[in-house]
Design a protein around this ligand. Structure first.
Ligand code: BJW
Ligand code: ZN
Length: 286
């Protein structure tokens, strides 16, 4: 049976779901001005990920990789959460959850492949009392451009300061000596604590091809119980996220896709809402 685009039928499925998961991809942030990876103007259309977004690239030329991530980090800093981020964040509010998904035992888990942290920043516009719970329900499975990991002590730290080293502010793109790249406990880290001061080279704490995504244990556990998965703005080409819909379907859960385009997996879904998710999500979750 082809997927349904019946909003009332979707709302009814959401009202009876006990465990809801949202899987998000780059399309969620497209309206915030962050380019996707594989569509028109996509990042991987003009950049080779193996030269810029791989452990080997970082080993060979950490300066070039840091300059690439510094530019994208600045873009993410300027971006603002859009209506879709906000509609998803609002699902953590008891007043919204009890109306939209009253059978759910907890707020939906938002698993985002995006590294822009816009889903976390959308939480900042919720009432202060609800923010901690809402943040707990966001998992950034491909890391964040706002976190770094020390290559020596493995310390992970989040910062919205910029630049993370003064050499990165230089716009001419000349190679930066490794000593001028962001260092553990170095400049950009106000109020250092007993961790994170070893001086080792920092790397962007994002998940590159061949690396294991974050939170996989919790994700696997939650997928087991999920009875409704919303797949928002992802091409579903990158594993393991590409397999989440199949996992939920194999346990008789329902799948709803929100995308501007059709894809080969749509036929197996229960619901399909074609259009920009910044329009469709706020509508169906209203
Ligand atoms: C809109 C919209 C709007 C636009 N509204 N919609 C062969 C077979 C199977 C697997 C492999 C294989 N060879 C290698 C692998 C593994 C590999 C993989 O999947 N490769 C494929 C390319 C084949 N995967 C990995 O290596 C992963 N690790 C792994 O598998 O470890 C093993 C393991 C797993 C689990 C347990 C134990 C071990 C790691 C993957 C890391 C991905 N990293 C990146 C870069 C992050 C940092 C950076 O940005 O620099 O993550 S790649 C890039 O792709 C980024 C994204 O998160 C990810 C997914 O992209 P996404 O979000 O789907 O974006 P697009 O552009 O593809 O799609 C956008 C969609 O939005 C489109 O559909 C549009 O239509 C839509 N859209 N506007 C709604 N307004
Ligand atoms: Zn360190």
């Amino acid at each position: 049976m082809p997927p349904s685009s019946d909003v009332d039928a979707f709302r009814s499925a959401l009202r009876s779901a006990k465990s809801v998961i949202i899987l998000a991809g780059a399309g969620l942030s497209a309206a915030s001005g962050i380019p996707t990876y594989r569509g028109d103007g996509g990042l991987w259309k003009s950049n080779n990920p193996s030269e810029l977004a791989s452990p080997n690239a970082f080993q060979v030329d950490p300066s070039r990789v840091w300059q690439f991530y510094h530019r994208r980090r600045e873009m993410c800093l300027r971006a603002q959460p859009n209506a879709a981020h906000k509609a998803l964040a609002a699902l953590s509010l008891p007043s919204v959850l009890s109306r939209v998904a009253p059978a759910a035992s907890s707020p939906p888990l938002l698993i985002t492949q995006n590294f822009d942290s816009l889903s976390l920043r959308a939480v900042d516009s919720l009432p202060p009392d609800n923010q901690a719970t809402a943040r707990e329900h966001v998992l950034e499975m491909h890391g964040s451009v706002f976190t770094t990991r020390c290559m020596s002590c493995q310390h992970v730290q989040r910062s919205y300061d910029t630049p993370l080293s003064s050499a990165l502010a230089n716009p001419d793109g000349h190679p930066i000596p490794v000593s001028g790249l962001p260092r553990c406990g170095g400049e950009g880290w106000a109020g250092g604590n007993r961790y994170g001061r070893c001086g080792g080279l920092l790397r962007p704490n994002v998940v590159w091809f061949g690396e294991v995504p974050e939170h996989m244990g919790e994700i696997a556990r939650r997928l087991n119980w999920c009875d409704l998965l919303l797949v928002v703005g992802t091409s579903s080409l990158v594993h393991p996220a590409a397999g989440f819909a199949r996992t939920v379907e194999s346990r008789n859960g329902k799948v709803a896709i929100f995308n501007t385009e059709r894809s080969s997996n749509d036929d197996d879904a229960d619901f399909l809402f074609l259009g920009p998710c910044e329009d469709t999500l706020p509508t169906v979750l209203a």
